[in-house]
Design a binder for this molecule. Sequence first.
Ligand code: CA
Length: 424
Amino acid sequence: MIAANNPSLKSWIEVSGDSDFPIQNIPFGIIKTGRRQPRMATIIGNTVIDLSVLAELGYFNSVNMDTSVFYMPVINEFMALGKETTRAVRNRISAIFQHNNGELRDNDEHKTQILCDVDDVQLLMPVAVGDYTDFYSSREHATNVGTMFRDPDNALLPNWLHLPVGYHGRASSIVVSGTPIHRPKGQQMPAGAEMPVYGACKLLDFELEMGFVVGKSSQLGQSVSTDEAEDYIFGLCLFNDWSARDIQKWEYVPLGPFLGKSFASSISPWIVTLDALDHFRISGPEQKEPEVLPYLKYEGDKRYNIALEVLLQPEGGEAKTISRSNFKYMYWNMCQQLAHHTVNGCNFNVGDMCASGTISGTTPDSYGSMLELSWRGTKPLPMADGTERKFLKDGDTLILRGFGEKDGLRIGFGEVSGKVLPAT
Ligand code: CA
């Protein structure tokens, strides 16, 4: 077991029982405070730890590494050091903050420089995302969409159970939690019309997804096996793939999603390492009917039991939970996605991001989009303020949360939120 993952560890920093960030998490992100430049940080409880100052004061002298990565405005260079080094850093941070270690605990002058409350920092986009790919790997979601738009008896297209379907998305519009999103504009074909119209999207939706960040580059022309894939996955975040259903519906045949998807995706600010999620591994679904091709077979537990929640907060109103799902509702796991992505020789670069696709559970209260929750607008969702929602309205804030919990240990992601602003 990785030393920092030990469930019995306790920190001298106070951590409440329902915190997503106990000492066993140690995620990585980018902070900004006052006039200082953006730099790397981690978090325990509600206390943000400035890694650049920690390095400056010599706390990483025992780790064989280039500590200049902690002064970068993104975590790409840190991830590129490789898992041996990033694990050593996580273990070292864990050691510094253990309750019985006095080296920093008893140094008030250093603590003032290194620690601050999470409410006093700005959390920035943690990764410079090079390329972004979105998969479509939840069988429940693909079945719901296929049932609505095609045929309940043949909801899945013939390729779906043979390969992790995906498309190349747009990296430039991936934004960090808290960034407001303007309602997109574009072409739509109203039902019964003969000509398309141009205007603001009327069917704005979210998609509940998890994203993973690539921390190791692969070579052009080479494939990465399912066995090797975990070495390339640095960590995960919550991912909201905002979607304009009316624009999407008119444009997507025959080449797939384009402007209905590319206007924005939002991510949570802390990248939780794959290492930290080790306790929450579970086995995958049987993939024998049909049997998958050899390059997609894998060994071990590659799915993760991570509870996911979606909240919708109308302007000036109360946030209401509109869905509870779980990252376990994935037919294709991240290792299969990565192996499939590289099977043709396409290379990954450090900082690339892949998203899972909408994660829907088996019951109507566990669906991962408004499209499914309101069943194409036929079952509006009641809000606490007496209004209803079929899709998202201007002024709505959409919030995703997620955490794994097992044997009293909880490792979470915090949240990703985004407010819908009117079209420009
Ligand atoms: Ca998606």
